[in-house]
Design a protein around this ligand. Structure first.
Ligand SMILES: NC(=O)c1ccc[n+]([C@@H]2O[C@H](COP(=O)([O-])OP(=O)(O)OC[C@H]3O[C@@H](n4cnc5c(N)ncnc54)[C@H](O)[C@@H]3O)[C@@H](O)[C@H]2O)c1
Length: 356
């Protein structure tokens, strides 16, 4: 509606994820607007300001946060900067949509959780697959009809051909030599980088569908430049779980899940997110012998997550995205998988400490 109140959003970071997802999402959202952008890289920021025409453009993050017109910040910086950037925004009274993973170590995310509680502001973590209509249909079936869960398998296998795919569909990504980067290159340790970049999605989808994860036991194989984690998962519900994180398979992007339940089963196939195509999720209903599949015509998970975030702030709608507990569980899960892969022993998520 024309007179609907829109959340005034400022995007911190004009890097690839902002260019491929957040600027467009904030420009198209029904209940938000791209009010401001911020980046220390002048060339990048000026070019993005010319393209997306935000009302304000800031070099300095604290200046953006001091703007009383600004309602919320999307933190779209390198992982290592997330907690500090989110904390400053909350302390300035702004709501936060923080890119995933919400942090790189358990303790910093626990500290962020305390800051959220004292701020009274909303923080949502950018686990945008929760806004995939196919994955949402699986979650609704599990909650309303499926009964007990026997087992869940989920896999996230990046493709060696991923850049050919994404280059074909994303806007041309502009890069700047002046961009602010962490002191240690996030890609210096690929084992850690793949876990943070991809493992956090796999763990979040597994929890979104299967509920709380209590324990993991992981094995890691690394050969011909590919990494493969096979993870046995114990869910709090008692369901068996198996996760497969592989980077990269020598074939098409391969992501999905199988769920065996009391009153039916779910077979899900997820696409590379940059195709903006909802997962194909076939739900077999034991009672009727029918299989159903939602079309999910609107596959813009990034815009949909922003609209959900804005609805929580503007209308008091329940948060359907990942909250800080979900973000923390994903970080604990990554730490536990990494530790277990090295020790060869099961690790409880409650015992996970330190950095991924
Ligand atoms: N949800 C998804 O599907 C998805 C996909 C890709 C990336 N990501 C996440 O998005 C995040 C950002 O990724 P990226 O590749 O765009 O990062 P990037 O590091 O390439 O770009 C971040 C930009 O932020 C700017 N910046 C950093 N700190 C700043 C500060 N304090 N003040 C002003 N500007 C600052 C930098 O100059 C840089 O231009 C990562 O956490 C990544 O995991 C999510």
């Amino acid at each position: 509606m024309a007179d609907e109140r829109r959340l005034r959003v400022g995007v911190l970071g004009c890097g690839p994820i902002a260019q491929a997802a957040h600027f467009e999402s904030a420009s198209k959202a029904r209940n938000a607007e791209l009010y401001a952008i911020c980046d220390v890289a002048d060339d990048l920021r000026e070019r993005m300001a010319a393209t997306y025409a935000p009302q304000r453009s800031f070099r300095d993050y604290d200046e953006m946060l001091a703007d009383p017109e600004l309602d919320a910040v999307i933190v779209a910086t390198a992982d290592a900067f997330h907690v500090a950037a989110a904390t400053r925004a909350l302390e300035a009274g702004k709501h936060v949509l923080c890119e995933k993973p919400v942090g790189v170590a358990v303790e910093e995310v626990e500290a962020l959780k305390r800051t959220i509680a004292s701020s009274g502001r909303v923080l949502q973590v950018g686990h945008m697959k929760r806004f995939d209509a196919g994955i949402q249909s699986a979650r609704n079936f599990i909650a309303d009809e499926m009964g007990e869960m026997l087992a869940l398998k989920a896999w996230y296998c990046d493709s060696t051909h991923r850049y050919a795919m994404t280059d074909a569909v994303q806007p041309k990504i502009i890069r700047s030599k002046a961009a602010r980067r962490p002191a240690i290159d996030p890609k210096a340790d690929l084992e850690q980088y793949y876990m943070l970049a991809h493992g956090c999605h796999l763990l979040d989808v597994a929890r979104f569908l299967g509920g709380e994860i209590v324990e993991v036991e992981a094995r890691l194989s690394h050969r011909f430049g590919a990494w493969c984690w096979f993870v046995d998962v114990g869910f709090a519900s008692g369901a068996l779980g198996h996760l497969d994180l592989t980077v990269a398979v020598r074939m098409d992007w391969h992501e999905g899940f199988h769920i065996y339940g009391q009153n039916g089963s779910v077979l899900g196939k997820t696409y590379n997110p940059w195709y903006f195509k909802s997962s194909d999720v076939d739900i077999f209903h034991e009672a009727t012998g029918e299989t159903t599949r939602v079309l999910g015509a609107d596959g813009h998970f990034y815009r949909r997550q922003l609209e959900g975030f804005a609805a929580t702030i503007l209308d008091g709608a329940p948060m359907t995205g990942a909250d800080i507990d979900d973000g923390l569980a994903s970080v604990r899960g990554m730490v536990a998988v990494a530790r277990s892969a090295h020790s060869g022993k099961p690790v409880k998520l409650a015992d996970a400490t330190g950095a991924v």
